[in-house]
Design a binder for this molecule. Structure first.
Ligand code: APR
Ligand code: ZN
Ligand code: ZN
Length: 361
């Protein structure tokens, strides 16, 4: 039977989010209902409510979540009731041209639930990134549920569902950071901080954290940065070159999403080095670079969506490393809040003292 649960929705562009009652249908074929235990507050949730993603209001917000599978629909074998799962927005289809080329991490036709969750009056909700997890329960495609070790704290595990995975993956999957590499990370919020952590995990020898906020630089040091540069007071390109024998870093991760910081990343990498853009720009932003420099400096200019992750491969592995004390995922949980604290958490994002606020249910 369809259930009524509490959830956070964005009803109209720019309006404050509200806690309301929604209707979650029973899972149909290939679907699962998940009882949410924790869900992090991400910039993308704020972009949805500001109308920056599309106009399909009302949105059911929240997408960095962990919980327990309550029920599954017909034909679902990969997860079952009672499983502890992290929700992902890359349930690979196995059929599209990316999947067929053996590159499921780029899947172009990822699955979401077919049925719609609704308001009490029947209005259909658009779940953020096909998840919608600021809710006591949500309906997703079964492939969006990735089983991980239930010993992990839900508030920590859920963060792997988006921003933290994006940052770790930007370094190790997209950037290919390896043992002995020099890495610079520009912008050390939740995503950039995770890129620092991922670089340490991969054995990078030098990890240079760049930010305009000293609090973020102190945080990055705890996550494994070997050097820090405040780019408000110091030219980051010169500083990164000076720290790498005048050459630039092997891999530079741009985790801000602005033309100025991208240009810094471009010039702060060594010849034949790699730039990874994981920060998300806005539609009006333009990049201008001498084409000769693009050619002459060689190497690779890459973008990283969701850290090029494959949830089934990456989530359980990263959770295991966390449980072994080898990956400090706990550092990203700055505060835990309740469902009615999401609007305030959006405000706190701008104050800069939060890596992640996490709703715990
Ligand atoms: N130079 C260096 N650092 C900067 C600059 C700049 N010009 N402008 C902002 N920053 C820093 C901020 O001080 C902050 O530490 O970038 C960091 C951004 O972090 P958060 O606001 O926590 O954002 P985060 O969740 O890490 O996401 C980063 O990725 O997912 C996208 O939309 C997201 O574009 C954003 C980016
Ligand atoms: Zn596919
Ligand atoms: Zn997110």
């Amino acid at each position: 039977m369809a259930q009524q649960v509490k959830a956070v929705i964005a009803r109209a562009k720019g309006a404050s989010v509200e806690v309301t009652t929604i209707v979650v249908p029973d899972p149909g074929p290939g679907e699962a209902v998940v009882r949410i235990q924790a869900c992090g507050v991400c910039h993308t949730d704020l972009h949805y409510r500001e109308g920056g993603i599309n106009d399909e209001f009302p949105f059911l917000l929240g997408h960095e979540a962990a919980g327990i599978v309550e029920s599954v629909g017909e034909g679902v074998t990969e997860v079952g009731p009672g499983d502890f799962v992290v929700l992902n927005w890359r349930a690979v289809c196995g059929q599209c041209r990316a999947c067929k080329r053996g590159r499921p991490q780029y899947c172009f036709a990822t699955h979401n639930a077919k049925q719609k969750m609704t308001l009490l009056d029947g209005t259909e909700l658009s779940p953020a990134l096909g998840i919608g997890a600021f809710a006591e329960k949500t309906l997703v495609a079964a492939g969006q549920c990735t089983k991980v070790d239930p010993a992990a704290e839900p508030a920590v595990a859920g963060l792997l569902g988006c921003g933290v995975m994006a940052g770790i993956g930007a370094a190790i999957n997209t950037g290919g950071v390896g043992r002995g590499d020099s890495v610079a990370v520009i912008g050390c919020g939740g995503v950039g901080g995770a890129a620092v952590l991922g670089s340490r995990l991969a054995g990078a020898a030098k990890i240079i954290a760049v930010d305009i906020d000293d609090r973020k630089l102190a945080g990055a040091q705890k996550l494994g940065a070997t050097h820090v540069v405040n780019s408000r007071t110091t030219d980051p390109v010169e500083a990164i070159r000076a720290l790498t024998d005048g050459n630039g870093a092997d891999v530079v991760v741009e985790a801000v999403g602005r033309p100025e910081t991208y240009t810094q990343a471009f010039y702060a990498r060594d010849l034949a080095g790699t730039v990874v853009l994981v920060g998300v720009p806005t539609p009006e932003m333009k990049l201008e670079l001498p084409l000769l420099d693009v050619f002459g400096r060689g190497g690779a200019l890459k973008s990283s969506w969701y850290g090029d992750c494959l949830p089934s491969r990456d989530f359980p592995m990263l959770i295991d490393l966390y449980l072994q004390g080898r990956l400090d995922l706990g550092a990203f949980v700055t505060e835990t809040i309740e469902l009615d604290g999401v609007e305030q958490a959006f405000a706190r994002m701008h104050e800069g003292d939060v890596l992640r606020s996490v709703v715990v249910l």
